[in-house]
Design a protein around this ligand. Sequence first.
Ligand SMILES: [Zn+2]
Length: 354
Amino acid sequence: MQKIKLQINEKKKSYTIFIGTKIIKNIQSVINCAKYSNALIIADTNVPKKILKNLTTALPIKSSAISISGGDRHKSIESVQKIWKFFLESYCDRKSLTINIGGGTIGDIGGFTASTFMRGIDFLQIPTTLLAQVDASVGGKVGINFLSVKNLIGTLQQPIAVVIDIDTLSTLPQREFISAFAEIIKHGVVTNKKYFQFVTSKKPRDFSNDELVKIIKISCQIKADIVALDEKEEGPRKLLNFGHTIGHAVESLSLTTSNPLLHGEAVSIGMIIEGQISKRVGLLSDDDYDVLEQALIRAGLPTKSPNMQTRQILEKIKSDKKNEKGKINWTLLKSIGEAVYNQQVDEGVIRKIL
Ligand SMILES: [Zn+2]
């Protein structure tokens, strides 16, 4: 087993992120499971049986598991009710430990369910996709969608720990693995040029396990530093929105087509368009823009949205709940490694670029 630790200090509670290999098989060496009465596993239907077997075999306490479908449309009250029922039937008490294993939505659904059952029971996050590992491990926000509004119902509750075992990535589809690199590249591009250069120095699949562990650690650290600066989400946290104003719009428009984009793919297209906006308003140099574009292409990420109309994209952006009083607040780039938030851009500029 190989592992490194990252300590996350958030207002309510601090917790550790363990990153490495073979950690699931040695879960006892990182988590004191024996102090719990039983373990209730909420497993993504996508998680291979072998990984679940490794987990249940390694646990020193009795465990029961329920399979839940991942994906945004399953972040619903129906999934939560199903899990609450499972908790009751599995003799869940205040000393039970919930273990959420799977993609980002499983962490969200499972964390929310645990944080509301009996006014909150402990939960452990085991994200098994690269996107969830670099994006959902930090922040302590758990929640579900309601009446088609994303993340409308939720709580702010930290897990007891996060376990990132990169052995889970060996069965992750190539397309999903590459897609997560959009978020990794974004972490570099908005805060840290050196990190950007490192994560774009090779194709995503060419990084060794050691390098991957390092990448996940730095990405979690960057996010944690930004989140710590900005508990109220009024400022620096918006840096993480780079690529996401356009990205969310093209992502949701693509959901109704025969070829939906993955989140990271949409963010890659968003970074290209928002990079062009940054260039057009005189913030970003031509050279830095080219570096960003080439890096995304080399990583194997898309840079163009599949035939979407400017009008549709603009309408989608305007309906985004993050906009205050109808104004669109853009996060734009000044250079590779430096971004600025709360930028106003003339709609004419956006139309021209789209
Ligand atoms: Zn994202």
